[in-house]
Design a protein around this ligand. Structure first.
Ligand code: BGP
Length: 478
């Protein structure tokens, strides 16, 4: 008997985030966001969190790939590939330029109305992240970011505004992008973009991170509950960066260490999915003497705002070792992380592990028994158009097809419920970790470069035609 394939309504598509594609950072009434004061890194130099827009720095997100003005053309290309859905985010500071106003910016709301209409016109479902590594900069300057409880109110107001406005256009939502990445509080970048807080400048960075997180959990749960009241058909998920941490060896200390390290990251989905703090974190807080301020009623809010699905990004796995020196590696900041001798890595050190995707889907599904949605996966590379003008990105095709093959096994052989697959940066965009254009993921090449040159012209890469065939065959032709 022929083996059953992926579900007929499987959501094939691609993903981006507002600040990495839109540009037009100060147009249409938009206020500056925290990403607008984050400089671009260059060739191994880190991005800098600047205090305002300062001379001498380059801010790649200001222009990005100008999706703000090119979205019609871009969506037509996505439609040509056969996209069923498109994941992007709403820039909070387009809707509330400072974040603490009572009245939203109509021009910002209109932009997303037009964008969603364009997608729907082509039969493409919008999949929307409410907070993708950005927030109005004013909220950081004035309130100290998510450390302040007031942020819950501001975020809920922003979310309610857009959930109501787009209730007939958008069905799939996510609250916070890769919320668990702020666990890497030693990296200023992740903490800052997830919360507006530079954790390692705080007296107790870890305790501060848990306080921020509590505010975000409460805000997320309120938004989920409210969303279900606004439109019961909404599907609202959380979103985590899934990096499976393998024990470096079968030494029981390594195995236990890897389990604990994974649990530190599962905390984020545990609370979103189960609506309560697990025992292991309460024990940790007690042991470390952490006091996390909570208000009466918070526990009930968490219980009432459980998510419908788990969105995840998957790029790589890591191996960890219990008895290690120092804290973390250049790989991805995982404490105890060591290179896995069985895996190759991308030019940026991200270890390529397609089987790790099947493993991840199984762990998550066993843990939560909830639908999953792969909302990011992909291969960042230095693409160069060949003589014909087309980028021959066979390395990307190889990466993606190996991952899709494992994803299919998880669904078809293991029975994981998977809603869809949206590879990251389906159109070239600004890299998050480096702020550069040269780390590209797209099926669509954009002529835009780190030295400021480029016409912003779009062209199809080899992978464009390949992905078109994948979608058309519902994943049969890889
Ligand atoms: C995830 C983010 C994205 C994206 C992606 C690739 O962490 O959610 O915003 O950028 O990683 O990372 P990078 O752009 O740094 O290669």
């Amino acid at each position: 008997m022929k083996q059953q394939g992926l579900p007929k309504d499987f959501l094939w598509g691609g993903a981006v985030a507002a600040h990495q594609v839109e540009g037009a950072w100060d147009q249409g009434g938009k206020g500056p966001s925290i990403v607008d004061v984050l400089s671009s890194g260059a060739h191994g130099v880190d991005r800098v969190i600047t205090d305002g827009i300062l001379p001498g720095y380059h801010y790649g997100n200001h222009e990005a790939v100008d999706f703000y003005h090119h979205y019609k053309q871009d969506i037509a290309l996505l439609a040509e590939m056969g996209f069923k859905c498109f994941r992007t985010s709403i820039a909070w500071s387009r809707i509330f330029p400072k974040g603490d106003e009572l009245v939203p910016n109509e021009q910002g709301l209109q932009f997303y109305d037009d964008l969603f209409d364009e997608l729907l016109k082509h039969g493409i479902e919008p999949v929307i992240t409410l907070s993708h590594f950005e927030m109005p900069w004013h909220l950081v300057k004035e309130y100290g970011g998510w450390k302040h409880r007031k942020l819950v109110e501001f975020f809920v107001r922003f979310s309610e505004t857009v959930l109501r406005r787009y209730q007939h256009k958008v069905k799939y939502w996510m609250t916070f992008n890769e919320i668990n990445n702020q666990r890497n509080w030693r990296s200023p970048l992740f903490g800052y973009c997830c919360s507006g807080v530079i954790y390692n400048q705080e007296p107790n960075p870890e305790e501060c991170m848990y306080q921020v997180l509590h505010h975000q959990f409460v805000a997320s749960a309120q938004v989920v509950k409210l969303g279900h009241e606004i439109n019961p058909a909404f599907q609202i998920g959380c979103m985590i960066a899934m990096v499976p941490l393998y024990p470096y060896s079968c030494h029981p200390d390594d195995v236990m260490y890897a389990q604990e390290a994974m649990r530190e990251r599962f905390l984020f989905s545990d609370v979103h999915v189960r609506g309560a703090y697990p025992n292991y974190i309460r024990k940790e807080w007690q042991r470390k003497g952490y006091q996390i301020a909570m208000e009466p009623g918070d526990e009930q809010i968490l219980r009432e705002g459980c998510v419908d699905y788990i969105g995840l990004s998957y790029y790589m796995s890591n191996a960890v070792r219990a008895h290690h020196q120092g804290s973390g590696t250049a790989l991805s900041g995982f404490e105890g992380g060591v290179p896995n001798p069985h895996l190759k890595a991308s030019d940026w050190g991200w270890q390529i592990d397609p089987v790790g995707l099947r493993y991840s889907l199984n762990i998550l599904y066993e843990r939560y028994n909830k639908p999953l949605f792969i909302v990011e996966n992909g291969f960042g590379a230095l693409d160069k158009p060949g003589e014909s003008g087309e980028v021959q990105d066979d390395y990307r095709i190889e990466y993606l097809s190996a991952h899709i093959a494992q994803m299919k096994k998880a669904v078809i052989e293991d029975g994981v419920e998977l809603m869809g697959y949206t590879p990251w940066g389906c159109i070239d965009c600004v890299s998050f970790t480096t702020g550069e254009y040269r780390k590209r993921y797209g099926f669509i090449y954009v002529d835009k470069h780190d030295d400021g040159s480029g016409s912003q012209a779009r062209s199809k890469k080899q992978s464009f035609h390949w992905y078109q065939g994948v979608i058309k065959s519902n994943g049969e032709t890889l």
